[in-house]
Design a protein around this ligand. Sequence first.
Ligand code: SF4
Ligand code: SF4
Length: 100
Amino acid sequence: MAANTFSGNGSFPFWREPLDAQQIPHLSTSITIFPDLCKGCGYCVEFCPAQVLATSDRLNAKGYHPPEVVKPEACTGCQFCMRVCPEYAIIVEKKLEVPT
Ligand code: SF4
Ligand code: SF4
């Protein structure tokens, strides 16, 4: 396969690192969970497209199992978990960071 064609899994194999790689901003995400607001519905875990969240073993003040972040590096910042949570128990913040 030629080096500049798409592979079957959709990735694009660059043949060299871009010259301005140090100036390209990267998306940084921050997931904050407020465990005691959670009612254990599991929507956030079920609908996260990147399987970033999982149901934790711990119990919150209401006796439910809140989610926990298990794959933070996989978070795309889509904020879907934040939008589907009926209790506003998750906040996802994202910002662009330039590598130093
Ligand atoms: S922002 Fe998107 S990818 Fe990240 S944890 Fe929430 S649903 Fe998953
Ligand atoms: S969607 Fe909200 S209430 Fe439901 S399990 Fe996730 S954090 Fe808890």
